[in-house]
Design a protein around this ligand. Structure first.
Ligand code: PNW
Length: 469
């Protein structure tokens, strides 16, 4: 049973739902450019219109109310608010849009969690070097301060950056996401570093200027699979799984929650590979500078995006050149007993979430945890009666309850990904994560609740009416 004040939410992000890509003075983001100029997205689709939440926000609000959510997690489009990325030029129509969204939610007694950055860097900042350039951290801090100042009287839960791991790896190492760079073994570490610096600066701004009056909380959303050894009795498999956790969750969580620096496992793995290539010094994984505000302690809660699990064994990386994959040097496999949902990477492993939550409690000093994303995708012919996803939500939420009751993890909330079907990045509209179906072939973009949406609404209603523990 969940406490009365448990947070029940659903999440979306600006580029994935809003559309209106150049409406009312919005500036371009790297996802606008990526979709328009490269061919990395399924059937060359784009988010120009998406769910058109820029114009159809009222419909989203109806969906939110129908589910009975206590909280809604949305992201701001940086370039909708600040078209060239800086507060020198504010787009008032963008401010009005988010004011309306926030005010409507609060009027309906739904609290707001805002993500400042969900993959969509203003193109103007990309043109200056983007996340690879150290100066980006100060620009992000300016943007964050602008948002705290403008919306912080009403927004009490802030996520600075969503999934730095995904941005760094898929955007700069693999090239599957915007800005589509494939600079193996170097750029992702720089990007991750600058994201940590940006996050830390913004947290310190909030802490010193806004916290006393606004009384909110600030963190960043970290994604990780649960990694466990393929053969728990094999030492190499055990250390491989540890390395995978260190390179995924530890990369960002260790500096913030444990030591102020990257995990030793990660530093030494990267150094080892550099040395094998004859480079005696460590140039790739940056050091935190004393000139920057400290990163240690810059999270008021732990925000976790969890989707799936992997069994891990050593080696398997055939990369001849330095790369993140080679540094990590693991092979990930799926357990044959895990069902795979619509997308190939998403094996359904609800018990992995419980294990990861316990790991977070033990390793990161028992923080308050919000699960800021978790979901199940549908591919192919639409099934409104999505019984698999109903089962998925029921069993996942029961694993969260076990983590709280039996393992003592301090979970404060759960956000389903996603409120509605939307633009699923490189998969375009072919992968549907929604609790509401969106008919993208219909000019009205009508929203229809899936059976899993109804199931989630029932779970929420039951939890709200139960007596507190
Ligand atoms: C997360 N991958 O991103 C995001 O935060 C959401 O915007 C997204 O819709 C959700 O997961 C579902 O995918 C990811 O390809 C997107 O490995 C893609 C990957 C991982 C995370």
């Amino acid at each position: 049973m969940f406490p009365r004040d448990f947070v029940w939410g659903a999440a979306t992000s600006a580029y994935q739902i809003e559309g209106g890509w150049q409406a009312d003075g919005k500036g371009a983001s790297i996802w606008d450019t990526f979709c328009h100029e490269k061919s990395g997205v399924f059937e060359n689709q784009n988010g120009d219109v998406a769910c058109n939440s820029y114009e159809l926000w009222n419909k989203d609000l109806e969906c939110i109310q129908q589910l009975g959510l206590t909280h809604y997690r949305l992201s701001f489009s940086w370039s909708r608010l600040l078209p060239d990325g800086t507060p020198k030029n504010v787009n008032q129509r963008g401010v009005q849009y988010y004011n309306r969204v926030i005010n409507d939610l609060l009027a309906c007694k739904v609290s707001v969690m805002v993500t400042l950055y969900h993959f969509d860097l203003p193109q103007a900042i990309q043109n200056l070097g983007g996340w690879k350039s150290p100066g980006v951290a100060a620009l992000f801090n300016d943007y964050a301060k602008f948002c705290f100042e403008t919306f912080g009287d009403r927004v009490k839960l802030w996520i600075t950056i969503n999934e730095p791991h995904t941005c760094a790896k898929l955007g700069h190492e693999v090239g599957l996401h915007a800005p589509g760079l494939k600079e193996k073994g170097t750029a992702a570490y720089m990007v991750g570093h600058n994201m940590l610096r940006a996050h830390a600066m913004a947290w310190h701004s909030y802490n010193s200027v806004y916290r006393a009056t606004q009384k909110g909380e600030v963190s960043l959303a970290l994604n990780s699979d649960w990694f466990e050894p393929l053969d728990p009795s094999c030492h190499e498999d055990v250390t491989s799984a540890e390395r995978d956790l260190a390179f995924t969750l530890g990369w960002f969580a260790w500096p913030i929650f444990v030591t102020g620096d990257y995990p030793d496992i990660m530093r030494s793995a990267i150094e080892t590979q550099s040395k094998m290539m004859g480079y005696s010094g460590d140039m790739r994984l940056p050091r935190f500078s004393k000139d920057d505000p400290p990163v240690l302690g810059t999270a008021d809660f732990f925000a976790l995006n969890y989707y799936t699990s992997r069994k891990v064994t050593s080696g398997g990386c055939g990369d001849q050149m330095l790369s993140m994959k080679r540094d990590l040097n693991v092979e990930e496999v799926l357990d044959p007993s895990w069902p795979v949902c619509g997308v190939s990477w998403l094996a359904v492993v609800p018990c992995g979430l419980r294990k990861l939550l316990k790991y977070i409690k033990d390793v990161f000093n028992n923080p308050k945890v919000y699960i800021t994303e978790n979901g199940f995708a549908q591919v192919g012919p639409v099934q409104i009666e999505d019984v698999d996803r109903c089962e998925f939500y029921k069993s996942t939420i029961s694993e969260v309850a076990k983590a709280m009751e039996e393992d003592g993890v301090n979970v404060c909330g759960y956000f389903a990904w996603s409120l509605m079907d939307n633009f699923e990045w490189a998969d375009g509209f072919s992968v549907r994560f929604g609790l509401f179906h969106v008919d993208f072939s219909d000019a009205e973009l009508s929203r229809t609740i899936y059976q899993s949406g109804q199931e989630y609404a029932k779970i929420i209603a039951k939890s709200k009416s139960a007596s507190p523990i």
